[in-house]
Design a binder for this molecule. Structure first.
Ligand code: BES
Ligand code: MN
Ligand code: ZN
Length: 496
């Protein structure tokens, strides 16, 4: 995928600006002003003519394409609603509309005129968001197609800004959005790859590749022998039925002071989840290739943070395994010993995510982390509870939960907090081990989180259940969530 050249400038004479496409917000106030007026004049009054016909009134959600008669070959008009109603929601909708409309054109370059957006706070939100969306709109899944899909046409986008913001700030914000978008695309690509390509070992190789690309990132891979030595009996019980060996992947990014406590991201990396002996039904089972979406988001976020060169320390951990039935597979009722020393009765081999994560959470203790966040396509119950718009958020610390919720709102990659009350914990009691790996029929996302909470008592911890947000079924594909939220969270921690 070729990279979009993206930059902000102050343009004095909009009408004289040569471009294949001038993109213009049109406010629904009934009168053209500012740059819109200049471009109208430079194009023989075609914009005011269109408005007078009444078909396009600059309402939010409306757009219209006109051939230009001046220096711009096309005029892409994006309705914004009344200028006075322009809040961050309307700004976001505008950014989404621009990215989508540009992706449908043959124009190789474009100028987005934001001079008339006077509210500099709104602009500060819009620039990184729009940059991220034009970047994610370029993504194509091609890896297993014999003929690649046509690539994005747009090669260059200039954003023209007024005096509310310095060019330097605007360029920084655009760069941040683009780098976040690249991270989102990294996560989507990994998650979209089929299970016969994207195996635990494939993920390990991807981590090594990322380490070679970035000087501040070092990679360590633990094989099953090493995991056995560490006592990761819970994680290994998941890979037991598979011919693909598990991999424990550690990526250490050192951008901060040597002694600064790191933020640790832990991703569920089940490269395919058949359910194991507690076999899943056949319908939609193919979607369980996405069961490494949490791991993919760790890769995407690590990659974004390397590009952003954030001055903090971050460790990315991926617990990668394939969950298969076989003669050597774990059986319901089997009891295993986790790295924490606690025993687990595996009542359902399909509740495997928590089994790989608990050992990763114990491993994370060695970093004396500032915070640990795990990300997992953990439960179908979370999809029932929240649908596909919000990730489920759990935390043992209110301030951490609030920071993540705020990062989600800011990046429009949102989460909703769920309870971790002790009342739910007793669903995990059993006569045969310290803890069972499933609770009762109710509150499945909550009891899964309660299981994890028992292994995360030594530090501030949050858990994101992304079973509903990590992919869509129609059209089928990975969303790259919650890379944008996590990247925003880390930017906030780094004061950027
Ligand atoms: N990977 C699944 C969760 C999942 C299911 C994500 C559907 C997205 C869509 C997970 O490993 C799983 O199978 N969870 C079980 C837990 C149950 C056995 C307690 C589930 O949700 O059914
Ligand atoms: Mn499962
Ligand atoms: Zn799973």
């Amino acid at each position: 995928m070729s990279k979009l050249t993206l930059s902000a400038r102050k343009i004095d004479d909009a009408g004289k600006q040569r471009t294949q496409c001038a993109v213009l917000p049109i406010f629904g106030d009934g009168k053209l002003a500012g740059v819109a007026k200049d471009l109208d004049k430079a194009n023989g009054g075609s914009i005011s003519q269109l408005l007078s016909l009444g078909d396009f009134a600059g309402k939010a959600g409306q757009s219209h394409l006109l051939p230009g008669t001046g220096a711009a070959a096309r005029l892409l008009l994006i309705g914004c609603g009344k200028q006075a109603d322009m809040d961050s929601g309307a700004g976001r909708a505008f950014g989404e509309h621009v990215a989508k409309a540009l992706a449908g054109l043959k124009a190789k370059d474009a100028v987005l005129f934001l001079d008339d957006m006077k509210d500099s706070d709104a602009l500060r939100e819009l620039l990184p968001y729009a940059a991220r969306l034009v970047t994610t709109a370029r993504y194509r899944y091609n890896e297993t197609l014999s003929k690649p899909k046509p690539a994005a046409q747009l090669g260059k986008l200039v954003v023209s800004i007024g005096n509310g913001l310095s060019t330097r700030d605007a360029n920084r914000l655009l760069g941040q959005g683009q780098q976040t978008g690249d991270g989102v695309n990294v996560a989507r690509e990994l998650a979209n790859l089929p299970g016969n390509i994207c195996t635990p070992n494939y993920l390990a190789k991807e981590a090594r590749k990322l380490g070679r690309k970035h000087g501040k990132l070092t990679t360590k891979i633990l094989d099953e022998k090493k995991m056995r030595e560490l006592g990761m009996g819970s994680l290994l019980s998941v890979s037991a039925g598979s011919d693909e060996p598990a991999r424990f992947i550690i990526m250490e990014y050192k951008g901060g002071k040597a002694k600064a406590q790191p933020y640790v991201l832990v991703g569920k990396g089940i490269t395919f989840d058949t359910g194991g002996i507690s076999l899943k039904p056949g319908a939609k089972m193919d979607e369980m290739k996405f069961d490494m979406g949490g791991a993919a988001s760790v890769f995407g976020t690590m990659s974004a943070l390397c590009e952003l060169e954030l001055p903090i320390n971050v460790v990315g951990i991926v617990a990668a395994a394939e969950n298969m039935p076989s003669g050597r597979a774990t059986k319901p009722g089997d009891v295993v010993t986790s790295m924490s020393g606690r025993t687990i009765e595996i009542l359902n081999t399909d509740a495997e995510g928590r089994l790989v994560l608990c050992d990763a959470l114990t491993y994370a203790e060695r970093y004396k982390p500032a915070a640990v966040i795990d990300i997992a396509t953990l439960t179908g119950a979370c999809v029932v509870a929240l649908g596909h718009h919000a990730s489920g958020l759990y935390a043992n610390k209110d301030s951490l939960a609030d920071e993540l919720l705020a990062a989600g709102t800011q990046s429009h990659d949102r989460a909703w907090r769920m309870p971790l009350w002790d009342d739910y914990q007793k669903q995990l009691n059993t006569n045969f081990a310290d803890v069972a790996n499933i609770g009762g029929p109710g509150g499945g996302s909550i009891t899964a989180a309660c299981f994890l909470a028992r292994f995360a008592e030594k530090y501030d911890w949050a858990h994101l259940d992304i079973a509903g947000s990590a992919w869509t079924s129609a059209p089928k594909g990975a969303t790259g969530r919650p890379v944008a939220m996590l990247t925003r969270y880390l930017q906030d921690r780094a004061g950027q």
